[in-house]
Ligand binder design. Structure first.
Ligand code: PFF
Length: 455
């Protein structure tokens, strides 16, 4: 697609809604609270926020710059900006990462649809934690039911992708994002007013640093990349649709703040309730699906709240899945020259295969292990703990050391139109701080930190 023809998001609101729609998802509402619960609450939260500011913001800005300068999909953007080099491999890594994330993400997205159904059918009432746990285990380990929901979910996402950037992504996210914010604020207000909820807030906001290990630090970093959709070309692809009229750094600040706020709000909606009911905060991936139905069953108006909550979760998943699919579809359309329709169908089939593998690995294929993990855990772990940080590292090196400083400044200021007071700080971050920080966390996890005398 030539420079002149490339489609742009039509307004500033549309840009923020689409990028925030990608960032805000199951990562905020399903993954963040259970990681927080497992890794000790407030201490994890502090490290997480530190990574969001130190790594997340500069990398998101780098991705937007690369995409808008390259005016192409994630592979094509690197090809155009560094012709003859091998940097486009970062883009290929991003396409592979997108597939792997979609493999487990769409399974959980399918679960949210089952829970909308259960909420509407009023199935949470008068069930205790043990029964609700059994309901979740029976459902998630079932061979067919999760796969049927997976198929429904993927087909809806594919439909939106086929409609394209303007009609599909833009229209749906502009409507869905504000809805999501309203519902989660309402849920948060309800939760903090539950009796005994204050203990949950203490868990969230009073740090205990003795819980921090190298694994916890790596998880917090992985969660920051995952939650902000970074390190795999998603924001490069969306960046290429941002018009020159938009202020990139403002968009970064707005999207990061909104993403972090929603993750914290989700935790505020979940933990006071968890403590109020005496549920173990370290439950794991089941947390949302077991504890919240329990909470809903015992709160006034719980029927409506439960339906709203699971619709919210499903909507959040949908806008993220769309962005993941767009990374791959844009690549197939622009580099491989497939038609948008053909590319979408191909991607849908591959995601379904990966999704079935991930879903079965929780149930009948529990024993099938690769690197000691089932497919679901494998897709989740290698993407957020290896591929995304590694992608982020390479993206910041590319921005800091390969792109010319002058061209970055011009891109950020749209040829002098916007002020760029933060420019020097940004260059310093992407040149030194971000790559060093990611390398240290990765090395530390591999045990090399000890060997090098770093920890
Ligand atoms: N950021 C999404 C979430 O928090 O649920 C997940 C995600 C979407 C990751 C898009 C990566 C991506 F490219």
């Amino acid at each position: 697609m030539s420079k002149e023809q490339r489609i742009n998001f039509s307004s500033k609101l549309a840009v923020v809604a689409a990028a925030a729609g990608s960032a805000v998802g199951l990562g905020n509402i399903w993954r963040f609270p259970y990681e927080l619960g497992q890794y000790g609450g407030a201490a994890f939260l502090i490290i997480y926020v530190l990574f969001v500011v130190l790594l997340g913001m500069p990398i998101m800005l780098s991705e937007f710059i690369i995409g808008r300068m390259g005016q192409s999909d994630t592979v094509g953007s690197f090809r155009k900006l560094a012709p003859g080099g091998k940097w486009w491999i970062i883009g290929i890594m991003g396409v592979i990462t997108s597939f792997l994330i979609l493999g487990f993400y769409s399974v959980v997205a399918g679960w949210t649809m089952e829970y909308i159904y259960q909420a509407i059918a009023n199935q949470f009432v008068s069930k205790d934690t043990a029964t609700l746990t059994q309901v979740f285990v029976d459902f998630s380990t079932d061979t067919f039911r999760p796969i049927i929901w997976l198929i429904v979910f993927i087909i809806i996402s594919a439909g939106i992708i086929m409609l394209g950037v303007k009609d599909g992504i833009e229209k749906s996210t502009k409507f869905l994002m504000p809805l999501l914010v309203i519902i989660i604020i309402a849920l948060g207000i309800r939760a903090v007013t539950l009796p005994g909820g204050s203990e949950g807030l203490r868990f969230l906001f009073q740090p205990d640093f003795s819980k921090i290990t190298s694994g916890v630090v790596l998880s917090a970093m992985g969660q920051a990349f995952f939650s902000l959709s970074l390190g795999m070309g998603c924001m490069i692809t969306y960046g290429s649709y941002i018009s020159k009229k938009n202020h990139l750094s403002h968009t970064v600040v707005e999207v990061t703040m909104m993403d972090t706020l929603i993750a914290v709000l989700a935790a505020v909606a979940i933990f006071p309730a968890v403590f109020s009911l005496g549920i173990n905060p370290g439950f794991g991936p089941e947390l949302v699906f077991i504890t919240l139905p329990n909470v809903f069953a015992q709160m006034p108006g719980g029927y409506i709240w439960s339906i709203l909550f699971f619709i919210l979760l499903c909507v959040a998943a949908l806008t993220s899945v769309i962005s993941l699919m767009e990374v791959i579809v844009a690549y197939l359309v622009e580099e491989i020259k497939l038609k948008r329709m053909t590319a979408t169908i191909l991607v849908t089939i591959i995601i379904l295969i990966l999704g079935v593998l991930a879903s079965l690995s929780i149930g009948v294929w529990k024993e099938v292990k690769i690197f000691n993990m089932g497919f679901f855990d494998l897709f989740d772990s290698i993407t957020s703990k290896i591929f995304m940080p590694l992608g982020g590292l390479l993206i910041s090196v590319f921005t800091g050391w390969v792109l010319s400083k002058k061209s970055i400044r011009e891109e950020l200021s749209t040829h002098g139109k916007f002020p760029t007071r933060y420019y020097n700080a940004f260059i310093f971050l992407v040149r030194y701080i971000t790559p060093i920080c990611i390398s240290l966390v990765l090395l530390n996890q591999l045990g090399l930190g000890k060997w090098l005398g770093l920890s």
